[in-house]
Design a binder for this molecule. Structure first.
Ligand code: URA
Length: 425
């Protein structure tokens, strides 16, 4: 087999055979196919697409490139959630301990932020002492003892995807439904969860900008999961505006703890409960009542145990940024739009995110939003507070927020968009 014939097949809109796919993924993982050849193939796939069978084989080859984890030794059913990424998306933090409190085991392999979307591991690392890197044995131990674990994926899991995703990131080939679906699902299937709920985001702050694309991505991933024996379902959820009232690492941990304490922003609570119900039903606990576990403190108990088991101090004060700058409401009325992408970009510019994967992030940096679309606002009152350790970035962040919100006169009719837009099973 030679790589040029594989590239030509896809360049000329042909269908890759199972043999071609197995060979190219294996040869790329071993370093026999060069980055420039794989990036030509990725671009051909982005431009010409893949059939359902090709996506299934591609995913299978990426799973086979590394190890598969196995949670069969656990007495509990396993349930995981994956979000395609958004702004202010802190849901994993309250969700994992909540679902564990209701009886399922939650092995949550998470990622770091890149670009305008935040990463769960960066958020949790703002808790003093907390560790993201666990061996497979440590991960199983935390899961067995506390019911939930949130950690980084080990190097042995779908190594083909690790290499390919880093390449796609720098060659303009991320935005391909077959490549995104196979990338996410190869990791989730290799992780060995019994059931999986996908939170497919749509809107300015998400990869998928249109509802049709989000539906196609959700349907493709649900099909891949179920074909591999993982009970999979998806919710398509709104990412036109940020989730909750904060975007940034420690700011989002604080807000998540408020949710676990029975408070927190209504949209974060609603999405956490919707995803918890889906996970619990998929894992065989259809009668569990996650709202009760949130209200009676069981979810908070599980959170504290999970953080302690990974070296963190759940009672420690979280870091704050050295400087704050408040943006005031320019005119009274109703806030009708607050753009998720612009807020994510501004938080990233303040230091909450990274430009390259080896860059550090600031734990305290980010944005607090004092109003959500639909809220009345008063001229001269705070609209957003920007937080950073590097105040020279304020102007750069403010530039990202220009034109990011609309205020309509008081009395204007305004319908709030629901968080959960569609369910795909
Ligand atoms: N997240 C992934 O893991 N892979 C993609 O391709 C896109 C988002």
């Amino acid at each position: 087999m030679d790589v040029i014939s594989v590239i030509r097949t896809k360049r000329d809109r042909g269908t890759l055979t199972r043999e071609q796919i197995d060979w190219v993924i294996d040869a790329y993982t071993r370093g026999e196919v060069a980055d420039e050849q794989m990036s030509a193939l990725a671009m051909a796939i982005l431009l010409n697409g893949m059939s359902r069978d090709e996506i299934a084989h591609w995913t299978g080859a990426m799973i086979a490139s590394g190890e598969r984890m196995d949670f069969a030794s656990l007495a509990r059913h396993t349930a995981d959630k994956h979000s395609t990424g958004g702004v202010g998306d802190k849901i994993t933090l309250p969700l994992a301990p909540l679902v564990a409190a209701c009886g399922a085991a939650v092995p949550q392999l998470s990622g770091r932020g890149l670009g305008h979307t935040g990463g769960t591991l960066d958020k949790l690392e703002s808790i003093p002492g907390w560790r993201a890197a666990l061996s497979n044995e440590e991960m199983l131990g935390v899961l067995r003892d506390t019911g939930a674990v949130i950690c980084a994926a080990g190097d042995g899991l779908a190594p083909a995807d690790k290499k390919l995703y880093a390449l796609r990131d720098v060659t303009g080939t991320v935005e391909s439904i077959p490549l995104i679906a196979s990338s996410i699902m190869s990791k989730k299937i290799a992780e060995g969860t019994g059931s999986l709920v996908l939170d497919v985001k749509v809107g300015s702050g998400a990869f998928m900008k249109s509802r049709d694309d989000a539906r196609e991505l959700a349907t493709t991933m649900v099909g891949l999961g179920n074909d591999h024996g993982v009970r999979t379902r998806a919710l398509i959820t709104d990412m036109a505006t940020p989730l909750g009232g904060t975007a940034g690492n420690a700011l989002e941990v604080r807000e998540s703890v408020e949710v676990l304490a029975g408070g927190g922003p209504a949209d974060v609570v609603e999405l956490t409960l919707s995803l918890a119900q889906e996970m619990l039903t998929a894992a065989g606990f259809p009668d569990a009542d996650p709202s009760k576990a949130l209200a009676d403190g069981r979810a908070m108990d599980h959170w504290r145990r999970m953080i302690i088991a990974q070296g963190g101090d759940p009672y420690a004060e979280l870091p704050s940024a050295r400087e704050q700058h408040t943006i005031m409401v320019p005119a009274s009325g109703i806030l009708t739009r607050l753009d998720a992408y612009a807020v994510g970009l501004a938080a990233w510019r303040l230091g909450a995110g990274r430009a390259r994967k080896e860059d550090p992030v600031q734990a305290g940096a980010g944005i607090e939003m004092h109003a959500k679309p639909g809220d009345p606002v008063t001229a001269g009152r705070p609209l957003m507070t920007l937080h950073t350790d590097t105040p020279e970035k304020f102007a750069y962040a403010q530039e990202a927020l220009e034109g990011a919100y609309d205020i309509a006169p008081q009395g204007t009719e305004f319908a709030v968009t629901p968080i959960v837009l569609e369910r795909v099973v």
